[in-house]
Design a protein around this ligand. Structure first.
Ligand code: NAD
Ligand code: DAU
Length: 358
């Protein structure tokens, strides 16, 4: 079996669902169920004994050791993290704790477990760390896309904490020989993404008749990848990646934020027209920019394509259409994750962002 951390979050839940749809290998899923973890995302697995959910923290070394001894996984995939840049600006402490200290504790438990495995088990064991392109910093408009050799230049507390965890992985491989793999992926979108991130926030706000808050001039560029393609890349790296190597994963879909918001508005105009017959884009509001906002990310994914034969299956047009339809069809899920804590966050992040125009 494999052990997955953070499997009740956005990418983790998609990964667990995809894995169990295509394989009979069981999954132990360790998740602290922060605001971003939602067991409802895994509701379709209820009664499936291939999925063992454990409520706990990756920073709890004793729990990690106990789970490793009990289930003897052949691999670990570490999705667990604090993942939202704006939250890291308002309060970095949780990011340091989970992303750095938590990853360190998990690595320590794994190192002790791995050391006592028989030779064959030590050779085949893998620790796959799911990381981000944000560790590379921001690109100028005409600069080439990030390769795996791009210097680390993280700019937010979130990306700095992810960079630190990547360095720990590297050190555990170099020093102890732990067979680690790291993936650095671009922006994901798709079902079960918490509506604090750009795409689900815009869908949810549009339907609720609220403003669509575009930071700064809306010309920041991200490289968008459908979450199912990210999950397929992780499965491929786990199966065939070279221990110690890092793999960039991206969709080759560089888009400005404003274009993304216009696309969502256009889809909603077609699929769920506003009751007053007006266009959703009228709700777009330019607001104060994110401090230290990275201008552009772009991924050079040629290594994973060449060496492991992975390529995204979904185009941006098909992926965003599926995503908007998913949110329209899953309003209950959206409603259930919008707890009091969610409303407090929205108040904190957007109340002091002044309107700059529309
Ligand atoms: P998410 O915030 O939706 O989910 C994170 C999950 O981790 C939640 O289920 C949460 O409960 C759990 N968690 C948090 N702290 C924990 C702890 N201390 N112990 C155990 N579980 C804990 O995040 P996501 O968007 O699914 O991202 C998953 C991973 O992928 C993260 O490591 C993130 O850095 C990385 N990543 C995300 C993207 C993206 O676009 N979302 C892109 C590239 C890489
Ligand atoms: O690049 C990979 C990263 O992508 C992941 O490592 C992170 O976990 C993930 O959150 C994401 O980070 P971003 O900061 O790029 O994603 P976010 O959805 O928060 O913002 C996307 C862009 O949209 C960014 O330029 C900020 C902008 N934005 C975001 C929000 C929430 C707005 O203009 N308005 C908003 O309300």
């Amino acid at each position: 079996m494999i052990l997955v951390t953070g499997g009740a979050g956005f990418i983790g839940a998609n990964f667990v669902l995809d894995w169990l749809a295509t394989s009979d290998e069981s999954i132990v899923n360790l998740d602290r169920l922060t605001y971003a973890g939602n067991r409802q995302s895994l509701a379709s697995l209820s009664g499936d004994d291939r999925h063992i959910f454990v409520h706990g923290d990756i920073g709890d070394g004793e729990l990690g050791a106990r789970l490793l001894a009990q289930y003897a996984p052949r691999a670990i995939i570490n999705f667990a993290a604090e993942s939202h840049v704006d939250r890291s600006i308002h309060g970095p402490a949780d990011f340091i704790q989970t992303n750095i200290v938590g990853t360190f504790q998990l690595l320590e438990s794994v190192r002790a477990y791995w050391k006592q495995l028989p030779e064959e088990g030590r050779q085949s064991f893998r620790f796959l760390h799911v990381s981000t392109d944000e560790v590379y910093g921001s690109l100028a408009p005409d600069a080439p896309a990030f390769t795996e050799d791009h210097p680390y230049q993280p700019n937010s507390p979130y990306s700095a904490s992810k960079a630190a965890s990547d360095h720990l992985l590297r050190a555990y491989h170099h020093t102890y020989g732990l067979p680690v793999l790291t993936t650095n992926c671009s922006n994901n979108y798709g079902p079960f993404q918490f509506p604090e991130k750009l795409i689900p926030l815009m869908i949810v706000n549009a339907l609720a008749g609220k403003r669509l808050p575009v930071y700064g001039d809306g010309q920041q560029i991200r490289d968008w990848l459908y979450v199912g393609d990210h999950c397929a890349a992780i499965r491929r790296v786990l199966a065939a990646g070279v221990p110690g190597a890092t793999y960039n994963v991206g969709g080759g879909n560089e888009k400005a934020n404003l274009d993304i918001v216009h696309t969502i508005c256009g889809l909603l105009d077609e699929l769920r027209p506003r009751p007053d017959g007006r266009a959703y884009r009228e709700q777009i509001t330019y607001v104060t920019d994110r401090p230290g906002h990275d201008r552009r990310y772009a991924i050079d994914a040629r290594r994973i394509e060449r060496e492991l034969g992975w390529r995204p299956a979904e185009s941006f047009a098909s992926g965003i259409d599926r995503t908007v339809r998913w949110y329209l069809a899953n309003q209950d899920w959206v409603h259930n994750v919008q707890s009091g804590a969610y409303r407090e966050w929205v108040e904190k992040n957007y109340a002091d962002r002044q309107k700059m125009g529309s």
